[in-house]
Design a protein around this ligand. Sequence first.
Ligand code: TZP
Ligand code: MG
Length: 207
Amino acid sequence: MREHMRLYLVADPAFAGTRRLPDIVAAAVRGGVTMVQLRDKGDHVGRFVQEARAVRQVLEGTGVPLIINDRVDVAHAIGADGVHLGQRDLPVRDARRLLGREAIIGLSIEQAAQLAHADLAAVDYLGAGPVFATATKPDAAPPLGLDGLAAIRTACGLPVVAIGGLSLDNAAGVIAAGADGIAVVSAVMAAHDVTHAAAQLRARIGG
Ligand code: TZP
Ligand code: MG
């Protein structure tokens, strides 16, 4: 699990522009992405399912797991590897019951205090963030900073992927603060050359 955390792409169709989302994901995997989450905040679940199937197809045989954001039903429908849930989504224990033992379940943590209320036995990894300010998620909690990230790392033995405002400039610092990897939206999705952007990030974080 920790190796899969290294470079975690959050693929959001809002960033696709005129490109095809599965093509972007394939290009990012060529650059060294180790895990992919599909995140669609639109209200068209049928389209989400279609996108998810197409992305699953390009990931087949790559060894890169596909995680669905928010929607346990979509994850189940398309046979994704797992689901990523926020503090206001379906409780992780219920997701575990629905998806089974083999599913990968990730949980967002916005501050270390939330760990006390989390059902960590049902969780495979934590997404900690936002570490830095980001325009990608307007309703994000206040930034944790590196100290807040380190506090989550210290409080819990689960794999931790950091998210929020991460780029080539700050990626190494986030790993030094204890994260097992970085999760990015814009640093890869908004790049002109997605493969190159992913490869540069991979080189910066090592592993
Ligand atoms: N959760 C916390 S911050 C964030 C999410 C989904 C957005 C991260 O986007 P970016 O573009 O990598 O800052
Ligand atoms: Mg969510």
